[in-house]
Structures are given as C-alpha cells and as structure tokens.
Design a protein around this ligand. Structure first.
Ligand code: SAM
Length: 342
C-alpha cells in the first residue's frame, strides 16, 4: 500500500499545482496558506490558517450550545482507525460510500458541512486531487481530524471552524456539498438548507442527511423512556439493553459517544421526505434520488446520481415507515436526499 501511495504522489503533485491549490510538498505538516480565499465572501477573506485550522466563528447561541456539547465528546472518534488505509478500507466495504466516491471522481471542490471529526472529508481527500473543506463549529472535533490528516500526510483537506448560518462562502463555490446529520441540530434547518444550497455550483450536487420523523420512532421511544425514568442510571441501563447499536460489541468510548449523541443532545428536530422535497423546489435544486428510495424501487448503488422518481404520497409514507423495521431505524433513522443544482 505504501508503494502504491508513493507512485501516486508525483502524479498528483502536478494536478494540485495546476489547480492553484497547494502542493504536496507539505504532505506532513498542513500549510499555513491556502488558495481558498476566493471561495469566501469578501468579508471573510484574508484570514490565515492557525495551526492547521482556519477560524471564522459562530452565529448563534444554539450553535454555541451544540458546539459545547460536541466538545465534550467529539463525534465520531478515530479509535477504530489506525491509519488512512484502515479508514479507506472501511469505506470501500460500504457500498454507498464506494459508489459515491466513484461518482465524485477527481479534481472536485467539495465541502462537508458539519464534518465533526471529518472522517468523510479525509476519506474524499485521500489519494485524490480533490480540494476538500471540512467545516464545523466544534474546534475539538476538527483538531482530531487535523491530527489524523497530519499523521497520514493528507494536505488537501482544509479545516474550517465556523457556523453554516454565518453563510461565509460565495454562491456556486462547490461541486459537491455534503451535509449529513447536521441540519437537524441547528436552530433553523430550513434556513440552513437555503444557505448551503447556494454554495453548490450549477450542475453540482448536494446531499443531505436528516433524522426522519417516522424512521426515528424507535429512538424517540427510547428517548421518552429515558426521560420517563428521570434520565437516571436505571433509565440509561434500559436504553443500553434496547438500543441495537449499544448492544453491539464495540468500545465503551463508542457506546458513550452514541448514547450522548442519541439521548442527550440539546437540539434535535425530525423531518420528512415531503418537507425536504419542498426545500429543494424552493431553492431550485432538482431532486435526484433518496435513500431509502421514495418510490418503492430498489436503490441502485451503482448509479447513485441517476435521477429516480419521487413516488407519491403513499409510497413515500410507506418508505419512511419501512425505515423503522430496517437497519436505518436501528441506526437512528437518518435518511438521505440527493439533489442537483439546475
Ligand atoms: C452528529 S455530528 C455529525 C458529524 C458528521 N457529519 C458525521 O456524520 O459523522 C453533527 C455535527 O454538526 C455540527 N454542527 C452543528 N451545528 C452546526 C452549524 N450551525 N454549522 C455547521 N455544523 C454544525 C456539530 O458540530 C457536529 O460536528
């Protein structure tokens, strides 16, 4: 694997320089200056990267509250990944991720909004000439990502500490905007979507992941149970018995992080396909597909960005209720919607 990486690097070096991004000579230490200023609106330009992280700031007290929450337990942690090879190997086993990476390809400008510890961003940056921005208001999470990137010589992932509600980027800056597990933790998810959808280039894609109002019912039931038992140790133990993720053979740290994220989060909202479909229409984003599919057809992982039907009110309802009984319901009820800027 090391030999493979060495063969790749000289070939990619030219590509970075052509793009006017930054060069792979800085493969170990993240450079202080990047050519990303043009992506920012004028009032946010000219800032330097301090110790590998470019800081913009936070917009609201809700974001401060959420950021404090993740500072206690940055999510997700890197415990299971020794190095970049193990991170990439895991994503290669995930059929969705593998297909998405193939569809995105190379030479793209990508942002992960609410990147947390930025595993997705680092994965999309590694061994490519993509320019990736890992964007999150929680500095402690970005620090974990930055350290992992440094240790593994990944210099084409740039860490930006900011709140999406500040809207710091010029419209049409990114080929791909990925925002999963984030908007439902903001004070106004629809306003957040409106902002980030403007960052997509014409013909670029946006992928959002949100808690589903129906798909998350099992988690909501356990949340209520925990509250009913006054959030006590007994209530916690009960939740540990009932939650399929907490019953898995995973580390204590992972379980604690999952419990905190699912049962103690200070800000959380639930959403539906129809609601998100309306957001897409309002912002001129063409619906491409959704996971799970909204029209009762099988999801075509090999053609992730192929336009599919939205189904009708009945199929959409059943698709969301169906989540309750699938792995999606066991894993917190997150659904993905993919769109293209027309
Ligand atoms: C559940 S974590 C998801 C992390 C990552 N997207 C993933 O799926 O692994 C939610 C993330 O959203 C971030 N977040 C919350 N409010 C945000 C905001 N206003 N702007 C950008 N990110 C935000 C949090 O800091 C946190 O890292």
């Amino acid at each position: 694997m090391r030999a493979l990486r060495q063969n790749w690097l000289p070939a990619l070096k030219g590509a970075y320089q052509d793009e006017g991004w930054h060069h792979l000579g800085a493969a170990v230490e993240l450079p202080k200056q990047y050519h990303i200023d043009h992506l920012f609106k004028k009032e946010f330009r000219g800032r330097t990267i301090d110790d590998g992280i470019l800081t913009i700031g936070l917009e609201s007290t809700t974001t401060e509250k959420v950021s404090d929450f993740y500072t206690q337990n940055p999510f997700p942690n890197y415990d299971e990944f020794e190095d970049i090879d193990s991170l990439i190997n895991k994503s290669e086993k995930n059929v969705f991720m593998k297909s998405l990476k193939r569809e995105i390809g190379f030479s793209k400008t990508i942002i992960e909004v609410g990147s947390g510890t930025s595993q997705f961003s680092i994965n999309l940056a590694a061994r490519t000439n993509n320019n990736v921005i890992a964007f999150d208001p929680t500095r402690a999470s970005l620090v974990l990502g930055r350290d992992f990137a440094r240790r593994n010589g990944i210099s084409n992932c740039i860490f930006v500490n900011a709140d999406l509600l500040l809207d710091p980027f010029e419209p049409g800056s990114f080929d791909v905007v990925w925002c999963s597990g984030v908007l439902h933790h903001t004070r106004d998810p629809k306003a957040g979507f409106k902002i980030i959808s403007k960052w997509v280039k014409k013909d670029g894609i946006i992928i959002i992941g949100l808690y589903n109002k129906y798909g998350r019912l099992r988690t909501v039931f356990r949340q209520k149970l925990f509250t009913l038992f006054l959030r006590s140790q007994f209530g916690r133990r009960l939740v540990f018995l009932l939650d399929p993720i907490l019953r898995k053979d995973i580390s204590k740290e992972k379980k604690d992080a999952w419990f905190q994220d699912q049962y103690e989060h200070p800000v959380e909202s639930l959403h539906t396909f129809d609601e998100v479909s309306g957001w897409f229409e309002d912002e001129g984003i063409e619906f491409v597909t959704a996971y799970p599919k909204a029209d009762f057809q099988d999801f075509d992982f090999r053609n992730l960005l192929k336009k599919t039907g939205k189904g009708d009110a009945v199929t959409r309802f059943y698709a969301q209720v169906g989540m309750i009984f699938s792995h999606l319901g066991s894993e917190g009820g997150l659904f993905l919607v993919i769109g293209r800027k027309s």
